[in-house]
Design a protein around this ligand. Sequence first.
Ligand code: SF4
Length: 313
Amino acid sequence: MISAPVTQTKRYTDLRSFLQRRFGCRVHKIALDAHFTCPNLDGTKAVGGCIFCHQGSGHSTVGTLSISEQLQKGKAYLRRRHKAKKFLAYFQRYTNTYAPVEDLRRLYDEALAVEDVVGLVVGTRPDCVPDPILALLQEYAQRTYVSIEYGLQSIHDQTLARVNRAHGFSEFLDAVHRTAGRGIHTCVHVMLGLPGETKADMLATARAIARLPLDGIKIHLTYVLKHTVLGDMYLNEQYRPMEMMEYVERVCDFLDLLPPSMVIHRLTGDPPRDLLLAPQWARHKWQVLNAIQAALDRRDSFQGRKWVPDSSQ
Ligand code: SF4
């Protein structure tokens, strides 16, 4: 039986420590809005977007600020608040590869030209990374840190259809395999508590992800925001969000199944307070994180405890 390393305080490979090892200092992400849209909102793939989406992840508070202006503003804030030294330009809002290659190059160049910006993080959909865009990111990855974040949420096509993702698991697999070997840190987003999903469904997602060439994962809680389809479902009692301890146990189960080397970028969501309908406990991120840590300790769970290496690789 594998035992948790005695020096391991967190029982999982956390992003902060990973970045500290990579860069030798504290590195903070600065979330950017490059004024993209999304093929799931503009009609190219579908309209209306994912049922939980409030027009892209993150709020735009940047108005017409350019990428470099957003970075300067973020740097000043993080330096004041956290004494941060180095930064990653996080292209977060909407679908950040949804533009011609030359437009993307201009935006990424602008970000990397800002002093103390040491890398790029690009959030996107798996159906929005044609090979020329991956080749562009690979080019940057040869000289700096580059991470791509693919929104998947679940491996189950029925669930993806239910939440109107407008892509399936096969498109995610295709994107991940085309990204592998390019020197790009590849991260997947999953959501626990999606409508209709059982414990077995969520853990099947963990097992499938554990076999793929992925470097990192963000585990999100499905929370309900005002002015969304999921919000209407919740108000009509067609959707029930997870209870906090149910979520905490599922996260522990999920971590047990992941390979020890996979970097855990997130263990819960961080909902916008003014838009949150439910669950109310999601407002207290640190309570949730502390409860996860306590449950990992109580269960003697840790990342990789039940991971089964893929012998076919
Ligand atoms: S893919 Fe992202 S931005 Fe597009 S609709 Fe879904 S959550 Fe919103």
